[in-house]
Design a protein. Structure first.
Length: 267
């Protein structure tokens, strides 16, 4: 099976729509932002690293704008959404994508770890959903898309707390979909698998540091074994479903957490 990277776009599919992607400066978020812009959307890249966000936005041209945003800070999240409205005239789709991993044995995980991951991965999604819904409800509706994980469907060793936060994202997605449907707002989640990004580089290194692997790349390869399509994911593999969820094609889909993992977790 070929592993050559191909990007298929649908120009005009998202014309007139404005999207915000948190954590959009790199990795999966940057790939999503690039596809959204290629398909015609205006895109605000909101990232805690303002320089990375700006560089990514610059590469996408006039349809993109960058804003510094720490998703654990409600004021910054609200400001990012207001920036989208001020700059592009609306707020149609929010991707609550920002998140961090923790790779650590269960018995070594402490309260500080818990507070940090819950603050970013869970409270960040909650805050993003609330602030998006306040603005979308007043405008007649919109779409909220959360980045969960296959770790939100199954717990994994060394990733216990990360898994717990992603299970929480799936639960928030379902609950929000039920509560916000009456306002014309759909809420869904994307669940990536093993993706070749900086996050997985960090996971690999942590497995080595804790004596769970002998060399970097070993854990990535082990987790990738048995993927039905025959290879681990690239960030671009998540771009197509992002465009789908941002488009009218997904108007009748809500409360779902779709696995885009090449066939790792079958449900």
């Amino acid at each position: 099976m070929s592993t050559k990277q191909q990007t298929v776009t649908t120009p005009g599919r998202l014309d007139g729509r404005t999207c915000v992607v948190t954590g959009g400066g790199r990795g999966i978020g940057a790939a999503m932002a690039a596809r959204l812009a290629a398909d015609g959307a205006n895109v605000v890249i909101a990232d805690v690293d303002e320089g990375t966000a700006a560089a990514t936005a610059d590469g996408l041209g006039e349809r993109a704008s960058a804003v510094a945003c720490d998703v654990s800070d409600r004021a910054q999240v609200a400001a990012a959404f207001d920036h989208a409205i001020d700059r592009f005239g609306g707020l149609d789709v929010v991707f609550n994508n920002a998140g961090v991993a923790l790779t650590k044995p269960l018995m070594q995980t402490d309260e500080d770890d818990f507070e940090r991951l819950m603050r970013i991965n869970v409270r960040g999604v909650l805050t993003g959903t609330q602030e998006a819904a306040r603005r979308m409800g007043a405008r007649g509706g919109g779409k909220i898309v959360n980045t969960a994980s296959i770790a939100g469907k199954q717990g994994y060793p060394m990733l216990s707390l990360y898994s717990a936060t992603k299970f929480a994202v799936v639960a928030l997605t379902q609950a929000a979909a039920r509560e916000l449907a009456g306002e014309g707002i759909t809420v869904n989640a994307i669940c990536p698998g093993v993706v070749g990004t900086d996050m997985w580089t960090e996971i690999d290194r942590a497995f080595v540091a804790h004596g769970m692997a002998e060399r970097e790349g070993e854990t990535f390869a082990k987790f990738s074994e048995g993927i039905l399509v025959g290879r681990p994911s690239r960030a671009d593999d998540l771009a197509g479903i992002a465009s789908f969820f941002a488009s009218p094609d997904s108007d009748y889909v809500t409360g779902q957490s779709w696995q885009v993992d090449g066939g790792m977790v079958l449900q």
